[in-house]
Design a protein around this ligand. Structure first.
Ligand code: HEM
Length: 496
């Protein structure tokens, strides 16, 4: 049964329901007075009939024009609150950090991770695992020189692959994911994978497919009506992929366990296993195997898809706007020359820095961030939002806020430059979100983006394949939990 068959059955059911019971889709008078405005929900399906299931963030953007920066929306029977625009989002994430600081209980993620790990965990478990993760990632070099060396080394492997295509067109999806994944993987497992390693390619495939399906129409329906799971093929695929991924990670940490040496911790997994042994006799059971498997999966996924897709957007945008690519080339030639690009070069490269920031703003990788949930009843902007309400942080509306950006819908590096050409930070630049649950890998991602982007542009000039004009390049994002570019080919010619 297709998603759309299901939709028409649900719409029909809701109309019959209304007719028989003569239910008026209203809330109690008192609640309605204070709750954020929003489109009128139908019984059972809520506002499903007006939701763009492929690109829900577009529906939300449209609704914000009518209802303002805070409104409610019924995802099936579940009422969620949507927050839009820089001022409102910043206020919620920073001033009301605690109130909006919980991760939403989204059925598909609850089913996959059962509240374990970091990204989709809750309460005390999340606090302890996040603290452990940040400390351990830093101990293994996140944001420091040690990881810079690793990234620089990985850039060389990537450059070799680009060179091997000898200027002929090729797809970048798998290779970019593999190269970026190797950075987080070497922290997690203590080794990198060869790009041809079938097991590595399989893991990347499983992660890529789950990220794509998690943002698709079928899983969105599952999240609204979990009881329909048995009818939805994508839901089964996601769980099957999860099982395969989890069993690989379990196998890996069992290997680590055999060679574990407290005085020679080689990886994030080792550090977790040592902590597990130390905590054995203490109350609470946070450092258990299930938390380890979910945490490693979370970091692997979060640390791969987002950064790799941003870099692919970067190359696509350089092909689309050759005059901008030329300015980046010139700055690299002037500041770095033929030396290896390093983080220390960044402050001398305002134009390239501005271009990378603008790529992130324009790419808008997580348009609805990762849903939050209120930790208590909260009065926000004079509206009452009860404890446990799923809250969508519409990052698109911040990264394209017309009150903050001069040309919100264009690719315009000037957003991050003063008239004198100096780099300037912008408050509404929030691709990593903010507050309690903000991205745990921001410093790693920023380092990766700068080093991969400058290393590639130092060596190559990027063109669309022969016969394709830069004007024809499609900037429409693909469907998925993260916004990736549509499949496309690039030509990497030597830059000299
Ligand atoms: C361009 C790259 C990246 C972008 C745009 C990005 C963006 C985000 C966003 C928007 C969130 C949701 C935050 C919230 O709820 O407020 C998030 C969460 C997270 N990110 Fe990233 N991310 C990137 C790279 C990374 C990397 C490299 C890692 C690897 C360590 C990572 C690890 C995480 C984790 C663990 C969370 C969950 C945090 C929590 O729930 O406490 N991210 N990221």
């Amino acid at each position: 049964m297709s998603v759309f068959d299901l939709l028409s059955i649900l719409s029909g059911l809701s109309l019959i329901f209304m007719f028989i019971l003569n239910i008026k889709p209203t809330l109690t008078k008192n609640f309605k007075r204070h709750s954020p405005p929003g489109p009128r929900p139908l019984p059972v399906i809520g506002n499903l009939h007006i939701l763009n299931l492929k690109r829900p963030y577009q529906t939300m953007l449209k609704l914000s024009q009518k209802y303002g920066s805070i409104f409610s929306f019924n995802m099936g029977p579940k009422k969620v609150v949507v927050l839009c625009g820089y001022e409102t989002v910043k206020d919620a994430l920073v001033t009301y950090s605690e109130q909006f600081g919980e991760r939403a209980h989204v059925p598909i993620f609850e089913k996959i991770f059962e509240g374990k790990g970091i990204v989709f965990s809750h309460g005390e478990n999340w606090k302890i695992i996040r603290r452990f993760s940040l400390t351990t990632l830093r101990n293994f070099g996140m944001g420091k020189r040690a990881i810079e060396e690793r990234i620089v080394e990985e850039c060389q492997h990537l450059i070799q692959v680009f060179e091997s295509h000898q200027g002929k067109p090729f797809e970048t999806n798998t290779i970019m994911n593999a190269s970026v994944a190797n950075i987080i993987v070497s922290i997690l497992f203590g080794n990198r994978f060869n790009y041809q390693d079938p097991q590595f390619l399989r893991l990347l495939h499983l992660i890529g497919e789950n990220v794509r399906l998690a943002g698709g129409p079928s899983i969105m329906l599952f999240n609204m009506f979990p009881v329909l799971g048995f009818l939805l093929q994508d839901h089964k695929t996601v769980l099957k992929n999860r099982d395969e991924l989890f069993s690989f990670i379990r196998m890996t940490f069992l290997n680590h366990l055999q060679k574990l040496d407290k005085n020679d911790q080689r990886s994030f997994i080792d550090a977790f296993l040592i902590r597990q042994q130390e905590e054995k006799d203490k109350p609470g059971d946070y450092f258990n195997n299930d938390n380890l498997v979910a945490l490693v999966t979370n970091l692997f996924t979060a640390g791969t898809e987002t950064t790799a897709s941003t870099l692919r957007w970067g190359i696509l945008l350089m092909m689309k706007y050759p005059e901008i690519q030329k300015k980046v080339h010139n700055e690299i030639a002037k500041v770095v020359g033929s030396a290896q690009p390093r983080i220390e070069h960044r402050t001398q490269m305002p134009y390239t820095d501005a271009v990378i920031h603008e790529i992130q703003r324009f790419a808008n990788i997580l348009p609805m961030s990762v849903s939050r949930e209120t930790t208590k009843d909260v009065i926000f902007k004079n509206y009452y939002i009860p404890k446990g309400t799923e809250t969508i942080i519409l990052l698109t509306s911040v990264l394209q806020d017309q009150t903050q950006w001069e040309k919100p819908y264009s690719f315009n590096p000037q957003h991050f430059l003063t008239v004198e050409g100096k780099f300037v930070k912008r408050d509404a630049f929030l691709p990593f979100s903010a507050g309690w649950r903000m991205c745990a890998g921001e410093s790693l991602a920023k380092m990766e983006l700068f080093l991969f982007f400058t290393s590639l542009l130092q060596k190559f000039i990027f063109h669309p394949p022969p016969g394709v004009s830069n004007m024809d390049l499609d900037l429409t994002p693909d469907i998925g939990f993260t916004l990736r570019p549509m499949p496309h080919k690039i030509c990497a010619l030597p830059y000299s």
